[in-house]
Design a protein around this ligand. Structure first.
Ligand SMILES: [Zn+2]
Length: 376
């Protein structure tokens, strides 16, 4: 879905020169502003509060640019043209106007008539008629990821417009990018100057577990996989399931998407880790996977996820492919409002029983993988 409309009110437009990034028509005259989060109370279904997710999004910009978003828990006037404090809120309307069909959020920039136009305030509104959550990984059909949409909207608040050619969080449509890319950061550097050292305050290690994701249902042979970046060389990545050490996961796989999302880390282009494993060897039910990365400087970082294993008809392994019969199955393709990289094989018969099988494209393995098995 389209992330947002980019509204500009009371501004003087001026032409921008051709650059690799796309600048909006307005920027802050100073290097910081305060975002008021008083209206963002509550938490996502996965447990992260909206304020915490917002703070993480703002930190991604603060740590890697010369601009600072200060955050306040105070409440400010909604939809006010006279209160110049920045208003953040979920709303069922766009301050009196209806949401567009597929609009996730709006950044409304108020600016003074000057050359170049000076931003006076930016209100960010999130479409409360849609489902939201906070998660990493591919965009899920059930809910939009509030954190990455906030990163995008804060890019508008900084003065960036949509970027349609390069890999960027400022792409007009939601996707797998979750953080500012080198392209986005170059745009902010053009507006506010380049940060010394290309950024600061990076965590020594960042590690993401992509398979299994939290709540994911797995079966058969699948991977434990994700990515890890570090300011120093990675020494090892350990895998634990239900607190038992399974072994070390091979790492160093090519991940162009991680390189683009985290250009500040030296090893980001080879950040992938992956190990195939027979999930069917775990008893059907709920388990917790934990990956722990060590770098040569002695830093340690972990990521974990609770997942569920399921089996077709309680069978661990099918050596006879003739037990799978798709002759009477139908393919269900995603409607326009859902991500396009998934499909359902309905009425697949496996060992005499019918299932609906959800296949989802995995960026990490570059394959369609079974995501959910639902008995019919
Ligand atoms: Zn946008």
């Amino acid at each position: 879905m389209r992330i947002c409309r980019f509204l500009l009110i009371a501004s003087l437009f001026f032409a921008t020169s051709a650059q690799a990034f796309t600048l909006g028509p307005s920027k802050w005259p100073q290097g910081d502003t305060t975002m008021y989060l008083g209206s963002l109370s509550g938490s996502s279904t996965s447990g992260t509060s909206w304020k915490d997710a917002y703070t993480e999004a703002a930190t991604l910009w603060n740590n890697n640019t010369n601009f600072t978003f200060n955050l306040s828990n105070a409440s400010v006037a909604a939809c006010s043209e006279s209160d110049l404090r920045n208003y953040m809120a979920f709303r069922g309307d766009v301050c009196g106007d209806a949401w567009g069909d597929s609009t996730l959020a709006v950044t409304i920039t108020y600016s003074f008539n000057s050359t170049p136009s000076a931003t006076a305030k930016t209100d960010i509104l999130f479409n409360d008629t849609l489902n939201w959550d906070v998660y990493h990984g591919p965009v899920l059909p059930a809910a939009h990821d509030f954190r990455r949409v906030t990163v995008h909207e804060l890019g508008h608040a900084l003065g960036l417009d949509h970027e349609t050619t390069a890999t960027a969080i400022m792409a007009p449509f939601e996707g797998s990018i979750e953080a500012p890319t080198s392209n986005d950061l170059a745009g902010v550097a053009a507006l506010y100057g380049a940060p010394s050292g290309g950024g600061n305050a990076l965590a020594p290690i960042k590690i993401e577990l992509e398979t299994p994701r939290a709540g994911e249902v797995l079966s058969g042979i699948a991977n434990f996989q994700g990515w890890v970046v570090s300011s120093a060389a990675i020494q090892k990545v350990e895998l634990f399931v239900d607190s038992k050490l399974i072994g070390n996961i091979p790492f160093g796989g090519v991940r162009d998407d991680v390189r683009d999302a985290w250009p500040q880390y030296p090893n980001a282009a080879n950040a992938g880790f992956s190990m195939a494993y027979a999930y069917s060897s775990f008893t059907p039910g709920t388990h917790t996977a934990l990956v722990r990365a060590y770098d040569v400087n002695g830093n340690i970082q972990e990521a974990s996820a609770t997942f569920t294993t399921v089996e077709f008809n309680n069978t661990l392994f099918f050596s006879d492919p003739n037990k799978i019969n798709l002759r009477n199955a139908t393919a269900v393709f995603p409607p326009a409002e859902n991500p396009g990289y998934q499909m359902i094989i309905d009425n697949a018969v496996v060992d005499g029983k019918a299932y609906a099988i959800l296949l989802v494209w995995s960026t990490a393995t570059q394959n369609f993988e079974i995501h959910t098995i639902t008995p019919k």
